[in-house]
Write a protein that binds this ligand. Structure first.
Ligand code: PEP
Ligand code: MN
Length: 270
């Protein structure tokens, strides 16, 4: 990053993003929920389940970036309203993706954190738009993006006046096909050396396989990440999107216990 003069890189003070009492950039934050908001019953049942297991925040897509235009595209505004209801019932702050500049006001009204997905990492007009909104932004790494390109995208948001950016490593595309993507976990300690922004890991989209997610979550804890984002569905085999990577509430409960145990052990060594 020699010669780069970015706000994302300068300053000794680590950025802590505050979201309704949750602090991202201190401790370890777990964001959980379904890939998509599919309906009231599915979303609310999943929200209550992840809350019981100890999640700190809730995720769920209302606007879905799907490979096929014929695949489920999300419930849109109706989905945002369901997410707001899930927040009212559980108290969990909500993260959801925005795909289109025209929807930024809606998403900012209903969500606590606005997500920019991997496919939109370099959508500069969208980055500028969320840079002007009041809500923190979770910026996922593009699947072909270098750290420098990713940090420049964070800079688009910061330079519009929004200081609350969370980086999310979600796997990059390599020649390997067994996993959906390749989780670049070395990005976490690398980013910790060069930026003050919080860094979280999404092992769900990185691996695409439910069986691999617990190991990668624990590896994320060990890497020094500030948190993970995990897809959990009340009934994984019925999920309308990303069903192969959805954890059941029981699997998520077991994972949460291991995360807590490992985090505590690491804190004791400090
Ligand atoms: C998501 O988190 O819902 C998502 C679509 O992830 P990504 O942008 O990382 O593919
Ligand atoms: Mn998904």
């Amino acid at each position: 990053m020699k010669g780069l003069r970015l706000a994302a890189l300068t300053g000794d003070q680590k950025t802590v993003v505050r979201v309704r009492g949750v602090r991202i950039g201190e401790g370890f934050v777990v964001i959980a929920g379904p890939c998509s908001v599919e309906g009231e019953q599915q979303m609310l049942a999943t929200a209550h389940a992840v809350k019981r297991c100890g999640a700190d925040m809730l995720r769920g897509g209302a606007f879905k970036p799907r490979t096929s235009p014929y695949a489920f595209q999300g419930l849109g505004l109706k989905g945002l309203k369901i997410l707001a209801q899930a927040r009212r019932e559980t108290g969990l702050p909500v993260v959801t993706e925005v795909l289109d500049t025209r929807h930024v006001p809606w998403v900012c009204e209903y969500a606590d954190v606005v997500q920019i997905g991997a496919r939109n990492m370099q959508n500069y007009s969208l980055l500028k738009e969320v840079g002007r909104c009041e809500k923190p932004v979770l910026l996922k790494r593009g699947m072909h993006a270098t750290l420098e390109e990713w940090l420049n995208c964070a800079e688009y948001i910061l330079s519009e006046g929004n200081p609350n950016v969370i980086l999310c490593e979600r796997g990059i595309r390599t020649f390997e096909t067994y996993t959906r993507n390749t989780l670049d976990l070395s990005a976490v300690p690398a980013l910790k050396e060069i930026t003050h922004l919080p860094v979280i890991v999404d092992p769900s989209h990185a691996t695409g396989r439910a069986s691999l997610i617990p190991a990668m979550c624990l590896a994320a804890v060990s890497s020094g990440a500030d948190g993970v984002m995990v897809e959990v569905h009340i009934n994984p085999s019925e999920a309308l999107s990303d069903r192969e990577q959805a954890l059941s509430p029981e699997e998520f409960d077991g994972l949460m216990r291991k995360i807590r145990y490992l985090k505590k052990a690491m804190d004791e060594l400090k």
